[in-house]
Design a protein around this ligand. Structure first.
Ligand SMILES: [Zn+2]
Length: 354
């Protein structure tokens, strides 16, 4: 996964100038998944565990090295669900596409190299049997991880590729987002069912079910935002200002977006939807400009919005203020966060207690 989110705490290590954070859940989840490898001996099990972690890690390094190439300051985080690479937002859609695609590409490349080693270098039979069965498991693992991540379900890499591609061909980015989340919702639900019934994988089913649910919430958000735009405007000046704000916002000119929003807010007769919409743009713009306190303040004005809860969480993580995070975790907004993000916040508090 490649996301525009800033992780916190101390990295476990740095590699090629990229900080790498490792959650204890990463190890525990891998242990859970590869416990059966230990039936073939401790050495096999441990090697398999290491190889699986390395495969996830190299996937993230694909994202990280590409985003570093574009100057986006990546950070790699290995978690229970695999991993993600946080980085600054890409400047061009093409860059975003390449950053996202580089993760699965790394897995396929690794599988191809290992296949070459298995068929070309290693002789057949004898003591080599161990290496052969290990290699074939790791090759399978990398192909699986590459394909799984390419499922066009947000927030997986495939979902992000779908979104950036649709945005390229559909004029209105809200329409592109709406279709991305529709696909994510339907396919996520179907895949969750497939994992439960066909593969008997509760973990996979829950993960994909959660992804489907996130797409459902995002879809509701997009629809709400779009309705704001289409609403009849008895007050044309407000409509014009909001249109300009939206255009500036989409062009990532956050200062202009904020200026238009503040001007719109100074106008009388804003509908509740328009008010909500200005807070929305203000919060994300302020966060992008690094005005974290303002961003949190603006985001708090939009209740029941998962995206705004996410903005609050990201800003609080960057501020690394444990007491404010505690207050946030007790607020209703915390309920809207994905469980993975909640865990990160809780981990940050634990780090500060330690
Ligand atoms: Zn990825």
């Amino acid at each position: 996964m490649a996301v525009s989110r800033v992780p916190v705490g101390q990295p476990l290590f740095w590699i090629l100038g990229i900080p790498v954070h490792v959650s204890i859940w990463h190890l525990l989840t891998l242990l859970f998944f590869f416990q059966r490898s230990f039936e073939q001996g401790v050495a096999f099990g441990l090697t398999m565990l290491f190889a699986a972690s390395a495969s996830v890690f190299l996937h993230e390094m694909g994202h990280a090295l590409t985003s570093r190439h574009f100057g986006l300051q990546p950070t790699v985080v290995l978690t229970g669900f695999g991993g993600f690479t946080a980085h600054q937002p890409a400047r061009r859609p093409r860059d975003e596409f390449l950053v996202v695609a580089a993760g699965p590409a790394m897995n396929f490349l690794l599988a191809a190299v290992l296949f070459g080693v298995a068929t070309g270098v290693l002789p057949e039979g004898g003591d080599i049997g161990f290496a052969h069965s290990l290699l074939s498991e790791v090759i399978f693992l990398n192909i699986f991880w590459g394909i799984y991540n390419l499922l066009p379900i947000m927030p997986l890499d495939g979902g992000q590729i779908l979104r950036v591609t649709l945005r390229r061909f559909v004029k209105k980015s809200l329409t592109a987002d709406r279709w991305t989340h529709r696909v994510g919702l339907v396919l996520g639900a179907l895949m969750a069912l497939l994992f439960a019934v066909q593969f008997h994988s509760v973990f996979g089913a829950v993960l994909l079910g959660l992804a489907a649910f996130e797409n459902y919430r995002a879809l509701k958000n997009v629809n709400e935002m779009d309705a704001d735009f289409r609403a009849d405007r008895p007050h044309p000046r407000v409509g014009e200002l909001l249109r300009q704000a939206r255009t500036a916002f989409e062009a990532k000119d956050f200062e202009a977006a904020m200026r238009f929003c503040h001007q719109a807010r100074a106008e009388p007769e804003l509908s509740p939807a328009e008010v909500r919409h200005t807070w929305h743009i203000l919060a994300i713009s302020a966060a992008n400009l690094g005005d974290l306190d303002d961003a949190i303040r603006f985001a708090e004005r939009v209740p029941n919005s998962p995206e705004m809860a996410q903005v609050q969480a990201s800003c609080l993580m960057s501020l690394a203020d444990a007491s404010r995070i505690r207050v946030f975790l007790r607020s209703p907004a915390a309920l809207l966060l994905a469980s993975e993000r909640l865990e990160e916040l809780k981990e940050l508090i634990r780090d500060s207690d330690a």
